[in-house]
Design a protein. Structure first.
Length: 429
């Protein structure tokens, strides 16, 4: 069967999405017949004429299976062009769509596309169990939804004890120090200030030498769904001030901020780490590429039991999940639970260090490109069903984005979530 991989040849501005699309490409390329595999660039800068030419090529090449492996741009324009060319008159056509975290954000585009999608077979592949539940709740027939984690390049993200020890020597990190880390966007969505506060509480309860490493780029995205926009400069200043005050207050502990890292640097960053922490409660946390890459280097992790993060518990007992709740219209977790897990892992640090290779292997079994390839093949071999369209709940979601107000903001209390948010995202808790 002739297949087409459709993605933006220009790298996404989201670092995690860059890795995801590349790794999905490798997974498909590893088993699809080269002579029957086509690739198409589909990007924001294309004119309608260019998109029509892509659609014409897809039809003339007799592509039977379209595979969308990128999060932007939305495929609506391409689907419209294909429909005008009567591409979907051939009832054997199939569309595979890898669902990213911004699915809800583009709900209006998906609703416009459903008339076309109903003409063919569709498989929506989600990256986590909770995201699958979310997407299934929007459909008239959930049989179109499948689950597989986004693959990680485990040939690159793996554990090497000698390299880990050597890197610690180079950057003068005493091997007795316990190294906590976070890598990713430094944002209020990722609860970086809360992480710093948890670390300070931990330090006050534990006299062991330790370091918290923070790597990433600051942003001010905040919580736009409820109208809470946190200016990037202000959030960065608040974090830097917290870090500075902390480092002046303690001799046996330190917080080091190392900004945005290239891929090689990011791997080394995780190799010198002992424990990875991410306390994200971002509404579009469909998976978590940074935790996935950290786990692939054999790191134990403390993660929020939220959205895509919850599925990582499948890998093994080295992952501790922190309970998340919607309380008084806010998404919260108990910081005491976080500190308790930090203290527990600190007490077991020698055991955890000795098991890093074992932890890495268990992560690879779940996340590798090889496993991703097997997952994709199983999904493609599953009997197909016609797409039955979106339900009333999805229409309710779409309508809330059409208002001149934050879609999930409570009109009575500023910067809090309304009941619709609980209804839509209830599966993520």
């Amino acid at each position: 069967m002739k297949s087409a991989l459709i993605y933006n040849f220009n790298e996404s501005t989201w670092k995690s999405c860059q890795s995801i699309s590349k790794n999905l490409f490798k997974s498909y390329k590893s088993f699809l017949n080269r002579d029957d595999l086509f690739t198409y660039d589909y990007n924001y800068e294309m004119s309608d004429f260019q998109i029509f030419n892509i659609a014409s090529s897809i039809k003339s090449s007799n592509i039977k299976r379209m595979i969308i492996i990128d999060h932007t741009p939305h495929p609506l324009k391409l689907l419209i062009a294909l429909d005008k060319l009567k591409y979907f008159d051939d009832k054997k056509k199939e569309i595979i769509i890898h669902v990213f975290g911004d699915f809800t954000l583009f709900s209006s585009s998906w609703e416009k596309a459903q008339t076309i999608l109903k003409k063919t077979y569709v498989k929506l592949i989600c990256a986590s169990e909770k995201q699958s539940l979310l997407i299934k709740s929007f459909l008239n027939d959930a049989a179109s939804v499948f689950t597989m984690p986004f693959p990680v390049d485990t040939q690159f993200f793996n554990f090497d004890k000698k390299v880990s020890l050597h890197l610690k020597q180079i950057i003068n990190l005493n091997k007795e120090k316990i190294i906590f880390s976070y890598a990713g966007r430094l944002s209020s969505q990722k609860k970086i200030i809360e992480l710093i506060n948890c670390y300070e509480t931990y330090v006050n309860l534990n006299e062991k030498d330790s370091v918290l490493l923070l790597a990433g780029k600051f942003d001010g995205i905040g919580s736009p769904f409820i109208g809470d926009i946190y200016e990037c400069e202000r959030y960065e200043c608040d974090c830097i001030e917290l870090i500075s005050n902390f480092n002046k207050s303690y001799e046996h502990a330190k917080i080091i901020y190392v900004s945005n890292l290239a891929q090689d640097e990011l791997k080394n960053f995780k190799l010198v780490t002992d424990i990875f922490i991410s306390l994200s409660v971002h509404n579009d946390e469909d998976f978590g590429m940074s935790p996935a890459e950290a786990l692939s280097t054999g790191l134990p992790a403390i993660l929020t039991d939220w959205a895509g993060y919850s599925s990582f518990a499948t890998i093994g007992s080295q992952i501790s999940l922190i309970n998340v709740q919607l309380t008084d219209s806010s998404i919260v977790f108990d910081k005491t639970d976080v500190v308790t897990e930090m203290l527990k892992m600190s007490d077991e640090i020698n055991i955890l260090r000795s098991k890093r290779m074992e932890f890495a292997r268990s992560a690879h079994d779940y996340l590798s490109i090889k496993t991703g390839t097997e997952n994709i093949q199983n999904i493609l071999n599953t009997p197909r069903k016609r797409f039955e369209g979106f339900n009333l709940k999805f229409r309710k979601l779409t309508s809330c984005f059409g208002k001149n107000a934050p879609p999930f903001g409570d009109i009575k209390v500023e910067y809090t979530y309304n009941n619709l948010y609980q209804e839509i995202y209830g599966h993520y808790f």
